[in-house]
Design a protein. Structure first.
Ligand code: GTP
Ligand code: GTP
Ligand code: MG
Ligand code: MG
Lengths: 293, 311
């Protein structure tokens, strides 16, 4: 009997370390291990294999439920916003987030997918007027993705006015979707967060409706600060979805569980590499498998 | 904060004159939680706790100091030591702040190789470093920047633009003129150029890469072999979580790092990665990035980092 208990306890310890090592965070892991202990007792689980399977199943059901509720919440918000303003003149995807996490590359991947799979007429907008060669970077991507791009005028430094001009062009020239790439910023920088609030207001006034998606881009290697960042972004700019990038690396992005469950932000897309084809829809099963590997 | 939590946990030990296995356990659990929430790698945390437990049990209670205060100081001191510092020497002492970050090198140019994951801040750090190196107190030094990221769209343009901002020459090969170019070619030709023109320093920017990308990790090893850098710096986003330990190990085993730069420290991430980097590689964190502008690079101080991790 002692041997069996040891095996189960050993499995629990290993699982705890795997989950902590995957950035789920000590609060989430404590709760998962507590529930797992209860399952082990109730279902009289005897082996490490059974313990791991039980945890995988609970974690999957927790995440899929949280993802569904998050998607419902975002959908309801958009419907009520459109009820107030009417539906926007064209679809707008706004990409926001921390410096270097993959906004520009994800904007390009989304543009490519919308053109090739959904046959949409897409306009990319290079609204990062700050970073060295940011416009050149997106312009090269636009060329590779076969989509048009709106770039700042010479000396046009105001991101909101770049977006404004692009949206005028989008409605005049009948684009289906406008994808706006913005400059990276830390959620702790109040001036830059205010600039983003203003950008969103200018965009929504111009299309006379809510943006279709305000996508927060966070990369997989991020630790617990990603949850703090997401919370601040939600508060300041009301993000409607997460783009989780660099999942082709070794990081498992356990912070996603908290972002979906505690903050109600659904994962919309996953980045799995640096080329235009490396964009996937979020697959909770594959994600959980990756966590527990 | 952890300090406040520890004060509270330890206030229950006020009447005690000895710290025992039993009464220290809840406190150690508290410290473990705090360090994990600060993104210190779980294995690094458990090693640290084993050492703290031993120190705490051997701690003699000092007159006029509560066991709680003593314990907090022990944790803080251990963090400072693990970050490569001396708990007795604070960053406000001139001999600490004035100590040179790079060892003197006799061969010219002194080569610094930058490496790291995608988006960590390498290109920005490369230019920030050049700005520091060329305004050396002992007279203007000549720095050559090398645009060896031939993969990311407009990476070369990005470094050229930054170079212009600080009046620093950038070595780049034009793919349109000379046909497809490899990073290794750029780095090797840059070294020949730097030697020929008598540059004091050469800082090589490379493309971001994942540690499980075998061909790219091999490419990095070849670049290192070709330019024989005096310093190989791992550039890491301070927002990184548990993976800091694994990627540091992988880069260190592949090319051997001599130091690290922790970027985006102007945010509110606790930066526990600093501990993982130092523990896994033995290499010290040399600088922190504290903003996007090129003057936003500061020397790394273990005592300041320890306070930040402890919260
Ligand atoms: N491996 C991998 N790399 C990625 C992925 N997405 C983006 N990257 C890389 O991450 C780096 C940063 O990507 P960017 O798109 O420039 O990030 P950004 O958020 O626009 O950066 P800033 O505009 O500077 O804030 C680039 O080297 C990209 O190629 C991904 O899914 N996987
Ligand atoms: N706030 C802040 N932003 C930083 C810091 N260092 C770099 N950045 C920003 O982070 C983003 C990525 O920086 P890059 O220098 O392009 O990163 P990289 O490692 O060269 O990226 P790849 O070449 O794609 O791998 C840019 O938006 C930079 O301005 C820092 O210390 N603080
Ligand atoms: Mg960008
Ligand atoms: Mg770069």
């Amino acid at each position: 009997n002692m041997g069996r208990l040891d095996q189960v306890d050993q499995a629990m310890k290993e699982i705890e370390n795997v989950l902590l090592g995957a950035d789920l965070g000590v609060g989430v892991v404590d709760r998962l291990i507590q529930d797992l202990r209860r399952d082990v007792a109730q279902k009289r689980l005897r082996s490490g294999v059974q313990v791991r399977a039980s945890l995988a199943a609970s974690l999957l059901s927790l995440l899929t439920q949280a993802q569904t509720e998050a998607e419902k919440r975002v959908q309801a918000e958009r419907i009520s916003a459109e009820r107030m303003s009417g539906s926007p003149a064209c679809e707008v995807l706004l990409l926001v987030g921390t410096n270097g996490h993959g906004k520009t590359t994800s904007a390009a991947k989304l543009a490519y997918r919308l053109r090739t799979q959904d046959k949409k007429k897409v306009l990319l907008v290079a609204a990062d007027t700050f970073r060295a060669a940011a416009v050149e970077q997106l312009a090269e991507w636009a060329r590779r993705a076969g989509v048009d791009i709106a770039v700042p005028l010479e000396n046009q430094k105001n991101a909101a006015s770049v977006a404004f001009d692009a949206l005028k062009r989008a409605t005049d020239e009948r684009y289906d979707v406008v994808i706006i790439d913005t400059s990276g910023r830390l959620h702790t920088n109040e001036n830059l967060m205010d600039e983003m609030k203003k950008l969103r207001r200018v965009v929504e006034r111009q299309v006379q409706g809510p943006v279709t998606e305000c996508l927060l881009v966070l990369d997989a290697p991020s630790g617990r600060n990603a949850v703090t960042a997401a919370r601040q972004w939600l508060k300041d700019v009301q993000v409607s979805g997460l783009v989780l990038t660099k999942l082709d690396g070794t990081a498992r992005a356990g912070f996603v569980v908290s972002v979906v469950q505690e903050l109600g932000i659904p994962v919309k897309f996953v980045g799995v590499g640096e080329t235009l084809n490396d964009l996937r829809d979020f697959d909770p099963v594959a994600y959980i498998d990756g966590l527990l590997l | 904060s952890l300090t406040e939590n520890l004060q509270r946990t330890f206030s229950t030990l006020r009447g005690l004159d000895k710290i025992t296995e039993a009464n220290i356990e809840p406190t150690l659990i508290e410290v473990r939680r705090a360090l994990l929430e600060a993104d210190v790698n779980v294995q690094v945390v458990d090693n640290l706790l084993a050492s703290i437990r031993e120190q705490a049990l051997n701690m003699k209670v000092v007159q006029g100091v509560t066991p709680g205060q003593q314990f907090i100081k022990a944790v803080y001191d251990e963090l400072v030591r693990l970050l490569g510092g001396d708990p007795e020497a604070s960053s406000s002492q001139p001999e600490v702040s004035k100590a040179p970050v790079f060892a003197e090198v006799t061969t010219k140019p002194m080569v610094i190789l930058m490496a790291g994951l995608q988006g960590a801040g390498k290109t920005t750090a490369t230019a920030k470093l050049a700005r520091l190196l060329q305004t050396d107190k002992r007279g203007r030094k000549r720095v050559l920047l090398v645009a060896a990221d031939v993969q990311r769209p407009a990476a070369v343009e990005q470094l050229i633009t930054l170079g212009k901002q600080i009046n620093t020459e950038v070595f780049a090969l034009n793919a349109e003129k000379s046909g497809p170019v490899t990073a290794l070619e750029v780095a090797s030709k840059a070294l020949d150029y730097a030697k020929q023109k008598g540059f004091d320093f050469m800082v090589v920017d490379t493309a971001g890469r994942q540690v499980i990308d075998e061909p790219l990790m091999q490419e990095l090893a070849m670049i290192k072999k070709a330019v024989s850098p005096a310093e190989t710096l791992l550039v890491v986003d301070a927002m990184i979580g548990q993976e800091a330990a694994n990627i540091t190990r992988a880069f260190h085993e592949n090319i051997g790092i001599t130091g690290a730069i922790l970027t985006k420290m102007d945010g509110d991430t606790r930066g526990g990665a600093a501990l993982s980097i130092k523990q896994v590689s033995g290499a010290p964190i040399k600088f922190i990035g504290v903003g996007e502008k090129l003057d936003k690079l500061e020397k790394f101080y273990p005592d300041r980092m320890a306070s930040r991790i402890l919260g």
